[in-house]
Structure formats: C-alpha cells, structure tokens
Design a protein around this ligand. Structure first.
Ligand code: GLV
Length: 317
C-alpha cells in the first residue's frame, strides 16, 4: 500500500476514502505544517496531498525525499507549488479542476454584488441600528444591463459569465487565446487587456496567478477602466497591485472592490479593511460541503490514478 501525507484536515468522508486506498498520515489538529515538518513528515511517503496554505517552493521541493513521486494539490490553483522545481525532481503535480467551478463562480458574483450594492456599509448601518430608509441612502451600482469584463475565460470565468448573463449583463473578455464559438457563446473577445478594461463597468478576475498576471491590475492599467468601475477578485491576490488599487478606491476612479483572495493571505492590505467600499470574504470560493468533498476525493483519486497508471489526467507537468 502506498503511503501519503495529507497536510491539512479534510472532511471526514474524504479522509476515510483516502484511508481505504492508502496508508495515510493525517493532520488531525489541522495545524499548518512548517517547511521542516513538511519535509520530515513526508520522508517515508510516496505522495503528498497538499493545500494552498502549503508553500511548496523550490527550496522545500529540493529537500523532499526521493520516495515522494506526486504532489496532489487540493485546489485548482497551484501557485503555491514551484512546478518547475517539481518537474526537475520528477515529481508529478496535479490539481482539482471542474469540481469547484460553480461554487467559485457563486463567490465571484457574491463579491461583485457585495461591492456594487455597498453591502459592507449596509451591514455596518444595520449594526448601528440608527438608519432610516431614504431615497438617497447607500446608492449602489446596478449589474442589470451593464458590461462585465472577465479576465480569464477558463471554466470559472465562463461560469461567472453564465450567471452574469442572467442579470442581463453583456459579457466581454480577455484571455490568452480566443475561445471557440461553442465556449465563447455571445461574449465579446478583446485582443488586449487595455481594450477589455475600457469597457468594463464591472470586472471579474478569474485568471490563474502566473508571472504574466502578477500585478496585472496596477497604477497604469487601472486608468483604462471607465470612471466608477466595480471590480471583483475571486482568483488570487497576486493579480492586483494593492497600493494602486487603494489610491483608485479613495479617489473614486474605482467605485468599489469585492475580494475573496489576497496577496500573502491571510494578510490583507490594512486600507481594504478601513475603506467602506471594499467588501471582503476570507477565501471562500470553494467552501461548500459538496465542493470540498468533490475536491478532496478528486485529489485522492489523482494520486490513485497516478500510482495505478503512471499518469494522471489532472497532471500539470
Ligand atoms: C481555490 O482557491 C483553488 O484554487 O482551488
């Protein structure tokens, strides 16, 4: 029986599933493992089932025992893993696409709506108990009939588009490659980011974190947005240059921002907490029971498939 280290606590049924097919090392206290603990605990293991909170950089990967042949990430994103370093060590890296698409798209829409309709300020007023309905109270921006720019038209971007269309939004997108007609539906493709930004009354970030997308929304690109745009990020914090965004929020260039993800989570730019026009959630994209079970089970099956066949359909490298 192959032995695997599961770095974080999973939902019980998934841990039971893993225990049936592997000899498992569980993290019953769900304590974040330090770099040394990760190296140490995986020493006699054939695989690691990692989470986005495990920073598997080149340094750690170099020190993993030769026995480790697979890192199965319990996420669709894999910015926490140095895939190049893993490839050099002949370690396969896998992720969990598809199963979290709908849950994550729901959160993308939630943070977009929360920002647009001033949910943060609304909650504060309700807590203070001294508000009165009035015609001019907490006037927000309406999604219906507006243009939504989507950065990254992969599975999640397309699921966001599908929901946004039910609000009557017109979808525009920018992606590494133009989608084929079947996938594109009636969304409008832009050849450049700047062109997309210039029509984005609303904007949803749904691309992966890569060297190319790091700080893609920055002091310069922010200027392309229509004045008073609403932005949401449910992908990774890396895509937004926070200082530039804070300035744009303060001067009203950007009306409001909805965030589920942050640079250096759980850290957050302190101004995002102070500003009334920033609606925040703690990285809840895939946080439904159905989705978390499906993700964990897929991360486990990825390891099983790899040991049975020598490859895996969800391999990244
Ligand atoms: C969650 O953020 C994921 O990448 O799965």
């Amino acid at each position: 029986m192959k032995k695997i280290l599961i770095t974080r606590k999973l939902i019980k049924s998934s841990e039971e599933y893993a225990s049936k097919i592997f000899s498992v090392k569980l993290n019953t206290q769900d304590k974040l493992l330090t770099k040394n603990e990760l190296i140490d605990k995986s020493k006699d293991c054939d695989g690691i089932l990692s989470s986005i909170t495990d920073k598997l950089d080149a340094n750690i990967i170099l020190k993993l025992s030769d026995q480790v042949k697979i890192i199965s990430n319990f996420a669709v994103g894999f910015g926490n893993i140095d895939v190049e370093a893993a490839t050099k060590r002949n370690i396969i890296v896998t992720n969990t696409p598809d199963v979290l698409t709908d849950a994550t798209a729901e959160i993308a829409i939630l943070v977009l709506l929360g920002a647009a309709r001033r949910a943060k300020e609304g909650i504060e007023w309700v807590k203070k108990k001294d508000w009165t309905w009035s015609a001019n109270f907490l006037i927000g921006k309406q999604l219906t009939g507006s243009r939504l720019g989507i950065l990254g038209m992969g599975r999640i971007g397309r699921a966001v588009a599908k929901i946004a269309k039910t609000f009557g939004m017109k979808i525009h997108y920018y992606n590494r490659n133009r989608l084929n007609k079947d996938l594109e539906k009636d969304a409008i493709y832009h050849k450049s980011l700047e062109s997309l930004l210039s029509v984005s009354d609303f904007f949803s970030i749904n691309c992966p974190a890569t060297k190319e997308t790091k700080n893609i929304i920055n002091e310069k690109t922010i200027e392309y947005f229509p004045d008073g745009a609403v932005i949401s990020n449910s992908a990774r914090g890396d895509m937004i240059e926070d200082e530039a965004m804070v300035k744009a929020l303060k001067r009203g260039k950007i009306f409001s921002l909805g965030l589920d993800v942050y640079n250096g989570e759980p850290n957050i730019h302190p101004e995002y907490l102070n500003l009334p026009n920033v609606f925040v959630l703690p990285h809840l994209g895939s946080a439904t029971k159905k989705t978390r079970v499906a993700m964990a089970d897929l991360a486990i099956s990825n390891i099983d498939e790899f040991f049975k066949t020598g490859k895996c359909i969800n391999a990244i490298n």
